[in-house]
Design a protein around this ligand. Structure first.
Ligand code: NAD
Ligand code: UGA
Length: 464
């Protein structure tokens, strides 16, 4: 039975990186709503009920603790949650499909469709269904078709409300988003459902940041936003390759172009390559969509962003191998950072995974260090067994190493005692800064052979 203490019952299906933080924020800002987050993963739900949350996100625990067991609840009882809900948010995973038609590009919608069928099977009242997962265009329409089958005569209004948070800054992004996008059908019932959602977000977000659109624009905007962001990174990474050859400095180039207000200065940091669970998946989703409609040139244009990212991984390992006299077999290489970016334990699609695989193929002795992501790194690299060493302490990781490579821009790596590290390394001691995080001139003075990204290397020993 709906709890009369609360204005409405909100349910979220999927207690992952999106479901957990976003519902915690709604619960915190809207005590008048009862919020239940359900998941089929029992361990995850158990963790949400403790102070050892299943994901690391700065500020998340405080917000969860404020609302938990007051108006925020976690449960594995999906059916009960559906039955009691007025509004259902769906944030299940939508990974790239790895089998059958569209394998390697299209979205795997099996988890998504299962929730649609669960909702249809269990519901006893009308509901608003909110698409939070990132989905191919027209999925909302497909959802509505599934929900309109059967003989229950219930009304389900499907809304698209994609999430734009970035990991590591999720709580900040949720509290002060650039915009919240709400897409609906432009029918009377569609507009009513849209307004219900607007009313929830208006509890803490200024109205001019609540953007509304039709369903398809909303679904497409999410894919396009991620593709544009990734495009900027691949663009600057492509220029980093040129900078290294022509003695230009990619940071200076990024700064110069970023000052043009039409270009803007964000997302212009050259790196070992973008990672994360979504950029590659969402671009490939867009590519697949274009191919389906016969837009092959458009598809190829967007697909090149992913190819350029792969090239950046390859290029980084080539730089390491070539600098170290064309052989790294048996050499100890300490990778500082495994998370796909700083301030997260998430390693999904991290450039570090691909770089490690390539280094292992060259028979290097890889040591992985990261303040938060060692557990996930072990899972990602389980096929290598004991051939890879894991050391949370960066000093232990670098001890006896021929080279150190910075793969994640953790602040702590800026302040390490690089003199001590140098003294404990094999000589010549190489440092490859895949994030341009460190003071390269200082490292060179200590004695390192320094290889920044998109800048000429600083080398003591020059070939004649
Ligand atoms: P996630 O893997 O962290 O979480 C998804 C959860 O859904 C898992 O815990 C899984 O057990 C659960 N689940 C799957 N099927 C279920 C079912 N039938 N019933 C109940 N629970 C079920 O994924 P995520 O990172 O939170 O991403 C979710 C969606 O949001 C994806 O579509 C993603 O593209 C999108 N997105 C992610 C981010 C991000 O930063 N991670 C940001 C914006 C959008
Ligand atoms: C990204 C988007 O920024 C979010 O808006 C979106 O909601 C989310 O994807 C999603 O749909 O999952 P996220 O992947 O968490 O968020 O992290 P970003 O900060 O975008 O970084 C992605 C990758 O790009 C990281 O590997 C990061 O190191 C890299 N990056 C970022 C660069 O290499 N250079 C930059 O200038 C910026």
């Amino acid at each position: 039975m709906p709890d009369k203490k609360f204005k409405k019952n909100l349910l979220c299906i999927g207690a992952g990186y999106v479901g957990g933080p976003t519902m915690a924020m709604i619960a915190y800002k809207c005590p008048q709503y009862k919020i239940t987050v359900v998941d089929v993963d029992k361990d995850k739900i158990a963790a949400w009920q403790t102070d050892q949350l299943p994901i690391y996100e700065p500020g998340l625990l405080d917000i969860v603790k404020t609302a938990r067991d007051k108006n925020l609840f976690f449960s594995t009882n999906v059916d009960k949650g559906i039955k009691e809900a007025d509004i259902i948010f769906i944030s299940v995973n939508t990974p790239t499909k790895m089998f059958g038609e569209g394998a390697g590009k299209s979205a795997d919608l099996q988890y998504w469709e299962k929730t649609a069928r669960d909702i249809l099977r269990v519901s006893e009242s009308d509901k608003i269904i909110v698409e939070r997962s990132t989905l191919p265009v027209k999925t909302a329409i497909a959802m509505e078709r599934i929900l309109s089958t059967g003989d229950k005569a219930l009304n389900f209004e499907v809304i698209s409300n994609p999430e734009f948070l970035a990991e590591g800054t999720a709580m900040k992004d949720l509290e002060k988003p650039d915009r919240v996008l709400i897409g609906s059908k432009e029918t009377e019932s569609g507009m009513k459902a849209r307004n219900e959602l607007v009313e929830i977000y208006a509890n803490w977000i200024p109205r001019d940041r609540l953007i509304t659109s039709n369903l398809m624009s909303s679904e497409l905007s999410k894919l396009v936003a991620n593709s544009f962001l990734a495009q900027r990174i691949s663009s600057i990474n492509s220029i980093s390759a040129l900078c290294e050859i022509v003695d230009a400095n990619v940071t200076e180039v990024a700064n110069a172009i970023g000052k043009d207000s039409r270009i803007g200065d964000k997302f212009l940091k050259a790196s070992v390559g973008f990672g994360g669970s979504c950029f590659k998946k969402d671009i490939l989703n867009l590519v697949y969509l274009c191919e389906q409609f016969g837009l092959y040139e458009v598809a190829a244009y967007w697909e090149y962003i992913v190819k350029m990212n792969d090239y950046q991984h390859t290029r980084f390992v080539q730089t390491i191998t070539r600098a170290m006299f064309n052989t790294i077999a048996g050499k100890r290489i300490a990778l500082l950072g495994f998370a796909f970016k700083a301030n997260t334990s998430d390693t999904r699609e991290s450039a570090a995974i691909y770089i490690t695989q390539k280094l292992m193929a060259e028979k290097a002795k890889v040591v992985i260090s990261d303040p938060k992501a060692i557990k996930n790194a072990r899972k990602d690299l389980k096929d290598y067994g004991n051939d890879i060493e894991y050391q949370e302490d960066p000093y232990k990781a670098a001890k006896g190493a021929h080279a150190v490579a910075i793969l994640t821009e953790w602040d702590l790596y800026k302040d390490l005692d690089y003199e001590k590290i140098y003294n404990d390394m094999e000589k010549p001691a190489f440092i490859f800064d895949g994030r341009n995080l460190l003071d390269h001139a200082k490292l060179f003075d200590i004695g390192y052979e320094v290889y920044p990204l998109g800048k000429p290397p600083l080398i003591h020993f020059k070939e004649v």
